[in-house]
Write a protein that binds this ligand. Structure first.
Ligand code: SF4
Length: 290
């Protein structure tokens, strides 16, 4: 019968598909909800804190101001499943906030936000690449001193190895493509700011990179369609398994396998399948666009 083909791809889904096709299937096709994790919630918290900081007048964007925004951002998130679903006590919460605070400190070693001229925060863009709709959310779109567009993406983990960097740069090129397709201007620079180890990866997308992107996405899309047709999304165990929310149902780790392997394929039934029965830590709203 085959599996339904996802309607869109995003830089994170492309990256996930390349890392582990089975995890991609759980997220993009079966829409299985992952339980919230401290790492993901910390990332959301830091992103929201930086978003609030960049909404302040430029001269006020200081480390002290960021430290003031952090508890306010936590308060905003406190009713969301990202927080209510976390299996942590008060000490765990304090540790999470202290680690988020340390990431914000490192952010200030990477750039001086008083010099940043944002023209958009959390900007959703979508465009077709060949036969596939690509969607992406830009953490920050800004103009540099020469009036050129710059895209900035915050990463709360460490910068990738040289091998993984190629996958990350594919995501960077997707952002550049989306800007050019939707806004009519290619950014002069796309930068990934890795807060955990204070490293910036900066790319200057050119025509050759965008041409390569179309070819790569076309090849990935063909592979996704073939995998759907054959219902063949294979587990690819790696270090990613250490934090993968799908581990309890992953056959590579003794799990039962994809939902449709355990029942007739019915999208409504699949939507009901979640990991809360297997994890004490609750669930989070799924966002398959990001
Ligand atoms: S636990 Fe590992 S192999 Fe299994 S779905 Fe997650 S990343 Fe893939």
């Amino acid at each position: 019968m085959g599996l339904p083909v996802p309607r869109t791809l995003s830089p994170s889904k492309i990256s996930l598909f390349k890392e582990c096709a089975l995890a991609f299937r759980y997220l993009a096709i079966d829409r299985v909800e992952e339980p919230p994790s401290v790492a993901a919630t910390k990332g959301t918290l830091v992103h929201r804190t930086l978003e609030r900081l960049l909404l302040d007048p430029a001269a006020e964007r200081s480390p002290k101001r960021a430290r003031q925004h952090l508890p306010a951002a936590w308060e905003e998130l406190s009713c969301s499943p990202d927080v209510t679903g976390l299996d942590i006590d008060d000490d765990g919460r304090d540790t999470l906030l202290a680690e988020a605070d340390a990431l914000l400190d490192r952010y200030f070693t990477l750039e001086d936000p008083t010099t940043v001229h944002p023209i958009g925060l959390e900007v959703m863009l979508a465009a077709d690449v060949g036969n596939v709709r690509i969607r992406g959310i830009l953490d920050r779109l800004e103009l540099d001193a020469d009036g050129e567009l710059v895209v900035t993406d915050y990463k709360t983990g460490r910068s990738p190895s040289v091998y993984d960097e190629r996958t990350r740069l594919l995501g960077v090129t997707v952002y550049a493509y989306l800007c050019e397709a939707v806004l009519g201007r290619r950014p002069s620079r796309v930068q990934l700011l890795y807060l955990a180890n204070s490293e910036a990866i900066i790319s200057e997308p050119n025509e050759q990179a965008l041409r390569g992107l179309r070819n790569q996405i076309g090849a990935i899309w063909d592979t996704v369609i073939r995998a759907c047709r054959n219902e063949d999304f294979r587990a690819r165990p790696s270090r990613r398994c250490d934090w993968c929310g799908y581990k309890p149902i992953c056959p590579a780790h003794g799990g039962t396998g994809p939902p449709s392997a355990r029942r007739d394929h019915d999208p409504d039934q699949l939507a009901l399948f979640d990991l809360t029965a297997m994890s004490p830590s609750g669930r989070r709203a799924i966002n398959t666009d990001g």
